[in-house]
Every structure is written in C-alpha cells, then in structure tokens.
Design a binder for this molecule. Structure first.
Ligand code: DX5
Ligand code: ZN
Length: 218
C-alpha cells in the first residue's frame, strides 16, 4: 500500500522545508488538492500552483493531482506543465458519459494517468463502465472541500464492493481513498482493500513524519 500525502494543510512559510521532510519521510506521492471555489466552496488553486512550482524544484516524487473543480479541461491545461503522474477528476463534475470519456482521453493524450473520483453519495456502480479505461478510482471517505474531517464509515463498504469487482473482472485499476485517514482509521481502510491511502492532517500535524508514514504503512 502506498501513501500519498495531502499538502493542503501545509503552511506557506516553511513549505519548502516541509516538502523536503516529506520526501525524506518516504511519502510515495504528493497529493495536490485543487479546489476552484465552485465545485466546492474553498479555492486552493493559487496555493497549489505555488506549491507545485516549489515541489518540482526540489523533488522527483510523483504528483497525485486531485481536481475538485467544475471546468476540468481548463485545470488540466494549467497543471500539465508540472508533469503529474496522475490527474483525478470528479465524476460529479461531468454532465454526461461522453464528457467523462472525453476527459479520460484528453488526460491520456498528455501522457498522464487518469483517475476518477466519487463523492460519498455516489455509488461505485456508476463508474464501472469507465474502469477499463482509467488507472485509478478515488473513493472520497469524506465530503470533498476541506481537510481534517472525520472518515464516513459507510464509505468503507463501497471500497469493499469495488475491490471485489476489480478482482473478479481482472482489472488492474488502483483504488485510492481520501479523507479522514489517520492511525485510528487506517486499518479498516486497508482491510477494505485500497492500494493508495491519502493522508493530510494526520501526517502534517504529527511530530515525526517518518514515524507516522511508517505506522500508516504497517
Ligand atoms: C478533501 C481532500 C483531502 C483531504 C485530506 O477535500 O480531497 O485530500 O484534504 O486531508 P485529511 O487527511 O486531513 O482528511
Ligand atoms: Zn484529495
């Protein structure tokens, strides 16, 4: 299982040092939470553009970009320059299946892996038809919009259903979970069958990043 550290709650003043320390602590990815002030209330775009610039100067670790935005294409264009490993957009941002497929193809044409994210109230069955075309499905374990929330237990069942479906159909799509993942909730989420855990405040607010990441991976 991989750890993708959400840098949403990293403070501006010592951000460079924090990113350096996270790499030292062996995070597998930097998770970049891009919010547009429309799909969700908060707007984090300026901050995330700034943070991506800093990270690209000091690290070769892969960027796991999570768009919580309405106009996905516009944001893909804005983030291509950072050469993200993965770009994930929300199923709920799209108004038709055709639009979902267009975005999948557009991201792939740019040599970037594609993820689709679903909010807690969207059932996993909705995205089954896209699984053969994408690399990752991001199951939100909180309502998107801010860090530091509590994991919604009902979302674990969705991950279990998805795990079975992916295995039974011999797909290799990764399952990522995001929101409220800390040392108390990691075991239940791991047992549900994820490949990548996103963790923000549990890592950033801890004394020792290395210890926390190690314990989350255990
Ligand atoms: C929520 C974001 C998450 C979140 C993770 O909208 O997508 O990535 O910030 O932070 P924690 O781990 O604090 O829930
Ligand atoms: Zn996220």
């Amino acid at each position: 299982m991989y750890i993708s550290t959400s840098i949403l709650s990293v403070e501006e003043q010592n951000s460079t040092k924090t990113f350096y320390n996270l790499e030292e602590a062996k995070t597998d990815y930097f998770h970049i939470d891009v919010m547009d002030g429309k799909f969700v209330e908060n707007n984090t775009n300026e901050k995330m553009l700034n943070y991506c610039n800093i990270i690209k100067q000091i690290s070769n670790l892969p960027l796991d970009v999570h768009f919580m935005v309405n106009d996905v294409k516009k944001f893909v264009e804005e983030y291509i320059k950072f050469e993200p490993d993965i770009i994930t957009f929300h199923y709920e941002s799209c108004s038709s299946d055709e639009e979902v497929m267009e975005l999948i193809n557009y991201i792939k044409e740019n040599n970037i892996k594609v993820g689709i994210s679903i909010k807690p109230n969207t059932t996993v069955e909705r995205i089954y038809k896209f699984l053969p075309y994408i690399h990752l499905i991001l199951v939100m374990t909180v309502e998107p919009g801010k860090g530091g929330q509590e994991l919604i237990p009902e979302t674990l069942e969705k991950i279990e259903i998805l795990r079975k479906y992916i295995d039974n159909n011999n797909l290799d799509t990764y399952i990522e979970a995001d929101g409220g993942i800390n040392l108390n909730t990691i075991d239940s989420i791991k047992n549900a069958g994820i490949d990548i855990a996103v963790s923000g405040s549990a890592i950033i607010k801890s004394e020792n990043y290395k210890e926390t990441i190690k314990k989350l991976k255990m």
